[in-house]
Ligand binder design. Structure first.
Ligand code: SF4
Ligand code: SF4
Length: 235
């Protein structure tokens, strides 16, 4: 530390030193007071007994904690996430039950936490049609790294990934928080069922309320003529 250069700084340092000295004196006094504990206080038996009496008294009082998720809670005690809440992710499927993700890696590229792992695979033409070249063979999100920013959802050009309102995540080991493709598809199924929607997100009126423009599985809706044709060799 450099030496004080002005009178004001010198005064400050002295005041500080004076304060430290005062603290030392007050600590000494406190220590002296603590040394005056009598025999019974020093063996803590009475204090332990007092603590146990307090514990037993509390055991018969109504619980002050609430089951904020489960059935034991009152309606007004449950946490109901607002629309747009960013909970666990889910991977969407189209009306043919095919995963919508085209393994373009945009979500994993934009993810600031680098917690998305994708391995793309060539699609089967019979199952996916001629316009779908790729789908993820592996799609994993490390939920322990995720910061729930929602950037993956924003970046996706195919409306293939989104977030549920599920916030209560419980696991007994780290592996429980690596969400693979099956887990993310299961999230989709459970979330759609909870909202009374079909697996593809379609409602009774044939709309897709969870898709950005409501147009549903095909976000290139309106460009249908450009999607005709057959896959070329080597494409
Ligand atoms: S919510 Fe954010 S941190 Fe989590 S996977 Fe998506 S982009 Fe990554
Ligand atoms: S979820 Fe969307 S952004 Fe991510 S790889 Fe699939 S299509 Fe691309």
């Amino acid at each position: 530390m450099s030496a004080p250069e002005t009178a004001a700084e010198t005064t400050d340092v002295r005041a500080l030193m004076g304060g430290e000295q005062a603290n030392r004196v007050s600590n000494t006094k406190r220590n002296e007071a603590e040394r005056k504990l009598n025999f019974w206080e020093r063996i803590y038996l009475i204090e332990i007994f007092k603590g146990l009496v307090n514990t037993f008294k509390m055991m018969f009082r109504p619980s002050t904690t609430i089951d904020y998720v489960g059935t034991k809670s009152e309606d007004n005690q449950r946490h109901v996430p607002a629309v747009g809440y960013r909970g666990e992710h889910y991977l969407k499927v189209d009306e043919k039950d095919n995963i919508k993700c085209v393994a373009c890696y945009m979500c994993s590229t934009v993810c600031p936490a680098e917690c998305i792992t994708i391995v793309g695979d060539e699609t089967d033409v019979d199952q996916f049609g001629a316009q779908r070249f790729k789908a993820p063979e592996v799609f994993e999100i490390d939920m322990l790294k995720c910061i729930y920013c929602g950037m993956c959802v924003e970046a996706c050009p195919k409306d293939a990934i989104a977030m549920t309102t599920t916030y209560n995540q419980v696991g007994t080991k780290r592996g429980d928080f690596i969400f693979d493709k099956n887990r993310l598809l299961k999230n989709n199924d459970e979330f759609m069922e909870s909202l009374g929607l079909a697996r593809s997100g379609k409602d009774k009126d044939g709309r897709f309320p969870l898709s950005p423009d409501g147009c549903g599985p095909d976000v290139t809706h309106g460009l249908q003529p450009f999607r005709q044709g057959v896959r070329q060799d080597g494409a």
